[in-house]
Design a protein around this ligand. Sequence first.
Ligand code: XMP
Length: 195
Amino acid sequence: MSFLGLIGGIGLVGSVHNDIEKVLIAEEVIEKRLDAIAERIYGDFKDEPTLQVVAILKGALVFMADLLRRVPLKLEIECLNVASYHGGTESSGRVDFLDRTMPDVKGRSILLLDDILDTGRTLSVVSAKLQDLGAREVRTCVLLTKDKKRIEEVEADYSAFEIGDEFVVGYGLDFDGKYRNLPYVGVLRKEVIES
Ligand code: XMP
């Protein structure tokens, strides 16, 4: 267990944990599940000479680092800066590409990583973009899938956990830019969101 998980607990002055109402998915549970997802990815892509991973920043940062270190393949890693929330707890309905240049994906098999599948807009817009750029195949992988009706009909090829339709933070997911460093997935206290 990490330092944050072990002693950064509720009550410690300045601790980020004080803002958390409940832990939804504990660090140890995430770790075990990542082993299983990594094994599947390895099995599915082991015949590719190299696998091109594209991770959507910033939400996929922690998930990407922990997942990919478990995948014993020759990986190339690219990141895309994409914004869809713009600070609140509801999707803005727009997906903005913030990078000046796009990765060269022509003819490549792509594993697209994101933190969470919510309305489906981000994965659907980014997958379409990679296909437009000439990717041979795009498979998608998310840490979390929200159990709700999607605006875009998209499901992830690999999904570590299904959660209810509530706003979550931690393990890469933020509220107003914060809480990404929590080692678990949790729900914020109402007062924190309202303040
Ligand atoms: P869509 O709606 O495009 O959502 O599938 C994907 C992006 O929206 C953000 N998102 C969240 N961020 N807690 C967060 O911190 C949440 O519960 C949440 N739901 C969606 C996230 O950036 C994701 O990439």
